[in-house]
Design a protein around this ligand. Structure first.
Ligand code: GLY
Length: 359
């Protein structure tokens, strides 16, 4: 893999060298590495052998999973930093999936009013979305990413070497965010993404698609880092995705974030067709791809009121009791801040069930 850069993001095969060079350029007073119990067992020992900075770092470990992206885990990280005499010139390396990069970035951006941090995403989902773009946060009061900051990593170091151990489910989960970027970018990018399936396991192809996908996100973030407007494009599919994820958790059967995004994209495309005449050919290409790669999240019409209630609390809504969606006039033509009615959402959920074979 060639080393190439998008903003502060580096794609490289030489991940240890890149970490060491970045840490050394910061001349830190101390180095800390945040892992969860998964990356602690699988990735950390390998990286300790390869990277001088990680070998010398104080490890901080938290429990894995989005349900552990909590205040308790956050205070554990702050306490470890404090007990181990981290100073404002210490550096935190976040080595893990989106949960580790979100929580670790938040801990670093608030400890002593902010210490430098480096994101080393180990999942496709974190590489394409969570670790890039400066959003940090934790879940709070039953709401995802309810508390957080905007704070840029000194470097985001992306290497496909970590992806070898990912399951097809984890890869598909990340790929859904790439599909989202494709829809936001252009018909051509979207169709290029539809031509690839993670089962092909073509690492070079995936890397090319990943680089292009991160570049789509980065271009948007560069123009609107604080989500004043344009960045809301990146919320495509997420209002429904978060509602489906919440219901799945209530059913004690959580679904991967990217799967929820895939289903949410279908609902967003249906609403886009209803409100903006989004082409039905593109809608059907998307729903066919989602149906064959992600299956469907089963919902019944009895659950619509509850789903609407969850969506009405979405932090993307600008006013209480309104539903604010990011939609598309066509691939590459985004309509942020589109108000939709409960009746339109209900109709779109009916069509979603039909398209994904649930009705
Ligand atoms: N994941 C959406 C964003 O970073 O804005």
């Amino acid at each position: 893999m060639d080393t190439s850069k998008t903003s502060n993001t580096v794609f490289t095969n030489h991940v240890a060298e890149e970490i060491d060079a970045t840490v050394s350029s910061l001349s830190p007073s101390g180095v800390f590495v945040l892992v969860d119990r998964n990356t602690e067992d699988t990735v950390l020992p390998r990286m300790q052998m390869l990277s001088k900075a990680i070998a010398s770092a104080t490890p901080i470990s938290i429990a894995p999973g989005d349900d552990n992206k909590t205040v308790d885990a956050l205070t554990h990280v702050w306490k470890q930093l404090s007990d181990n005499h981290a100073t404002r010139s210490s550096v935190l390396i976040n080595l893990g999936g989106g949960m580790v990069t979100d929580l670790g970035s938040f801990a670093a951006s608030t400890f002593k009013r902010g210490i430098p941090f480096i994101n080393v995403p180990t999942t496709l989902l974190a590489a394409v979305d969570a670790s890039v773009g400066g959003k940090t946060g934790i879940n709070f009061n039953g709401l995802k990413n309810e508390v957080g900051t905007f704070s840029d990593a000194r470097k985001v170091i992306i290497s496909t070497m970590f992806f070898n151990t990912l399951s097809m489910t984890q890869l598909r989960s990340g790929y859904a965010e790439m599909l989202k970027h494709g829809l936001i970018d252009s018909g051509q990018t979207f169709n290029t993404l539809l031509a690839y399936h993670v089962e092909q396991q073509d690492t070079d192809r995936l890397l090319t698609l990943l680089k292009d996908s991160v570049a789509v996100k980065q271009a948007i973030v560069d123009q609107d880092p604080r989500e004043a407007g344009l960045r809301r494009a990146l919320n495509l599919g997420h209002t429904v995705a978060h509602a489906f994820e919440s219901v799945a958790i209530e059913r004690k059967s959580p679904i991967p974030h990217g799967y929820a995004v895939a289903y949410g994209l279908v609902v967003a495309a249906v609403l886009s067709h209803m409100k903006f005449d989004f082409p039905s050919t593109e809608l059907h290409k998307l729903s066919d791809y989602v149906r064959s790669n992600y299956g469907a999240f089963a919902i019944t019409c009895d659950e619509y009121p509850h789903l609407l209630d969850i969506m009405s609390h979405d932090k993307k809504n600008l006013y209480p009791d309104t539903f604010n969606f990011t939609l598309l006039r066509a691939p590459g033509d985004v309509a942020t801040d589109t108000l939709v009615t409960p009746a339109e959402i209900t109709a779109a959920l009916d069509i979603y069930r039909d398209l994904l074979g649930l009705a």
